[in-house]
Design a protein around this ligand. Structure first.
Ligand SMILES: [Mn+2]
Length: 342
């Protein structure tokens, strides 16, 4: 593997130090927990499971988890290798029984859900991430905002550990790579992404099947919700914002949870006149979760940050307890500031 471009963003020696840490853990037979962020996507879950399976190849039985109960895995990811090994937070060992926590694709402790209690208890933490908004938790951080997906960092770490790619590892890693690059369509897609994709396909990743599952498979309920969201679309020409929301009741009507709304933003952001897209989703209580996407001219990561959220320049999210019309007004005001400054 050539040294990929994103590696320049790492702290010097971080990848090697992480490999050293893991080699030590394998030698000692440490109790290791590998945590994907809550509401896991292909990158978080694929990365965590690839690391779990890779450590198993070295002889270490780690515990993969997602810090929420009940543990929910999106249908598109339910057949990833290693999913059956996932344990819910309630079944995890106590902090004093855990030697090492590895976090995958989680920018902040909040994204770890109940697993964050390990950090509070002082469990040693290795953090693997690629979010520009990554906060400074973790004793050893392998964080590269230049990486298109955290699985690129996981793949490099497995390579550093001399773990050969097999079909299962390649499947998990490919799921992360194709997810976070929008099936290789986002600006983050570069040579290092394509080279890794090539290696994974060569190692047996069922790429066509994964792409169909991840991007082209929706329940009828999801399509109906998409219809509701599109029916309610509104455009603010002054800031080129397209926005919509879906209510609790509409989710309840089709008997689906929040995850059924993942696809809405991808359709909404395709509006030709829009520079920024916003979809508000009804989180539990009276809270709304906002998903923001930018075509590139506006840094929605900083818009989300103004609401206490975070993410990337082109994709970000936040939570708010205000009603949708107020949130939209605040986003418009924030966009005005960013546009004026540009
Ligand atoms: Mn990611």
């Amino acid at each position: 593997m050539n040294v990929p471009s994103w590696a320049a963003d790492l702290e010097p020696g971080a990848l090697e130090a992480a490999a050293e840490l893991l080699r030590g853990a394998v030698d000692r037979g440490d109790q290791v927990v590998v945590a994907a962020h809550v509401n896991p996507d292909g990158d978080a879950l694929g990365g965590a499971l690839a690391l779990h399976l890779g450590l198993a190849k070295l002889g270490l039985r780690s515990i993969p988890t997602v810090g929420e109960t009940p543990l929910k895995v999106p249908a598109a990811l339910a057949e990833l290798p290693g999913v059956g090994d996932l344990l819910p937070p309630g079944s995890l060992p106590r902090p004093d029984e855990v030697d090492l926590l590895i976090t995958v694709d989680a920018a902040s402790p909040e994204r770890l859900g109940r697993v964050a209690s390990y950090l509070d208890a002082g469990v040693t933490c290795l953090k693997l991430d690629h979010h520009a908004s990554s906060t400074e938790f973790g004793d050893l951080r392998v964080v590269s905002p230049g990486a298109a997906a955290t699985v690129q960092i996981v793949a490099a770490l497995l390579h550093e550990l001399d773990v050969p790619l097999d079909r299962d590892l390649a499947t998990c890693l490919y799921a992360g790579l194709v997810t976070d690059t929008g099936r290789f369509g986002y600006a983050s897609t570069d040579r290092s992404v394509m080279e890794l994709a090539g290696e994974l396909i060569e190692a047996g990743a069922p790429h066509a099947e994964l792409t169909t599952k991840l991007f082209d498979t929706r329940s009828i309920g999801e399509l109906k919700l998409l219809g509701r969201a599109l029916d309610r679309l509104s455009f603010e020409p002054a800031v080129a914002l397209i926005h919509t929301h879906v209510t609790h009741q509409e989710l309840a009507d089709v008997g689906l949870g929040l995850e059924a709304l993942e696809a809405v933003i991808d359709v909404v952001r395709s509006a030709d006149l829009a520079e920024v897209a916003l979809v508000l989703k009804p989180a539990p209580g009276s809270t709304w979760k906002g998903s923001l996407r930018s075509k590139g001219r506006v840094d929605v990561g900083s818009v989300a940050a103004a609401f206490g959220g975070g993410g990337h320049a082109r994709a970000a999210g936040f939570s708010s307890d205000d009603p949708p019309d107020i949130i939209v007004g605040q986003v418009i005001a924030s966009l005005r500031e960013h546009t004026d400054g540009a």
